[in-house]
Design a protein. Structure first.
Length: 102
């Protein structure tokens, strides 16, 4: 089922398989960002974290993901939240991986 993405603040999306391989700990992310259950959602092969308040918070989380071996765009990316409230956006992941360059 697609996840609704709120406007107004960034939401970070991570491929579930990449998150699980990285060794990241949900409890530490929850504690550091003071997340509610609605702000750390898992649906199928996709994890959504957010909305994330504060530019430094997002930058720090992206740095942590990259330090854990995840690659921006291949394993995760963020949607800025910069769209009008009257527009609803939904996200879902495909089961196949990203196309690989030969």
């Amino acid at each position: 089922m697609p996840l609704a993405v709120p406007s107004g603040a960034p939401t970070l999306f991570i491929r579930r398989s990449a998150y699980e391989k990285s060794g990241l700990d949900r409890a530490s992310i929850d504690a550091r960002l003071s997340l509610t259950p609605e702000e750390f959602r898992v649906e199928g092969t996709l994890i959504a974290i957010g909305p994330i308040a504060g530019e430094n918070t997002l930058t720090d989380l992206i740095s942590e993901l990259e330090s854990s071996g995840l690659a921006y765009f291949e394993d995760f990316f963020e949607l800025s939240g910069n769209w009008p409230e009257w527009l609803r956006i939904f996200c879902a992941a495909t089961d196949s991986g990203p196309p690989r360059q030969s």
